[in-house]
Design a protein around this ligand. Structure first.
Ligand code: UDP
Ligand code: MG
Length: 255
């Protein structure tokens, strides 16, 4: 690990990604070596039962930019992203799905507004410019995504076209208090973090990105969709019960 604090941390949650994680690390590294930022790449192994951890450990031995972060079991994508953000050292943290469905070359669109101080959270979006989608998700998945987006708007008042894209960036010090309050740890974590960002008054920017669906999704359409719907109810309920409260003297957004 390089001693000085990097400008950018990239967090990649990984559950049984042994088949593609080498290629993902190579693509991300090749891209970052050409870019202007100093960086680190954190791969959060979410209790994989395949070779994911061994492969990442091997990569970290030959490249000091690569770090393996270990969960104590399979805790979910949301937990993994939160763990990665906590372990990150840079003030700008980008997370991307391991399948790089949003190509890493799109990173600048999310990173620049954070580094220039224009936004606290940037969301890669498949909804703002549909022409940027090359390979679409399967029809059912895409439709359920649209229904979910309506529910997110209706139940949480989050007026974004796409909250679920696995490509987002954060100003770390602004979002750490949000992740400390995180209660949704699987695929429904994005609306919770965005809801917290909104009630906290953070500046959220939705940015259109290119997207090509990759096979090998871990999402189980019916059971996960049901859970994610319930997660939205849980977020409202948690809010109603005052579980997301900030103590007056505690932390402030601190721009
Ligand atoms: N993931 C994880 N823990 C899980 C399930 C998924 O860390 O329990 C990671 C997975 O390795 C991937 C990301 O979350 O990097 C998104 O998962 P997936 O590609 O299955 O979701 P989709 O692209 O279908 O939304
Ligand atoms: Mg995927």
């Amino acid at each position: 690990m390089s001693a000085s604090i990097p400008e950018l941390s990239i967090v990649i949650p990984a559950f049984n990604e042994g088949d593609r994680i080498v290629s993902t690390i190579q693509q991300v590294s090749r891209f970052l070596q050409k870019e202007k930022w100093t960086y680190e790449v954190l791969i959060v192994n979410d209790g994989s039962t395949d070779s994911t951890a061994a492969i990442v450990r091997q990569s970290s031995l030959s490249d000091s930019h690569i770090r393996l972060v270990q969960n104590d079991g399979n805790r979910g994508k949301g937990y993994s992203v939160g763990h990665g953000v906590q372990e990150s050292r840079a003030e700008c943290v980008l997370f991307t799905d391991a399948d790089l469905s949003a190509p890493i070359e799109e990173a600048q669109k999310l990173v620049d507004p954070i580094l220039s101080g224009l936004a606290d959270v940037t969301l890669g979006s498949r909804g703002l410019d549909r022409a940027l989608i090359g390979i679409h998700q399967p029809w059912m998945r895409e439709q359920s995504g649209k229904v979910f987006n309506r529910l997110v708007r209706w139940l949480l008042g989050l007026k974004f076209t796409d909250t679920q894209c696995g490509f987002k960036a954060f100003r770390r010090s602004a979002v750490l208090p949000l992740f400390e309050r995180q209660r949704i740890f699987r695929f429904g974590f994005d609306p919770e973090i965005l809801f917290l960002a909104k009630i906290r008054g953070l500046r959220i920017l939705e940015v259109p990105v290119r997207w090509d669906h990759a096979e090998g999704s871990k999402v189980r359409l019916f059971s996960d969709a049901r859970e994610m719907f319930l997660d939205l109810i849980r977020i409202r309920w948690n809010y109603f019960r005052g579980r997301y409260r900030w103590e007056a003297s505690h932390d402030s957004p601190g721009r």
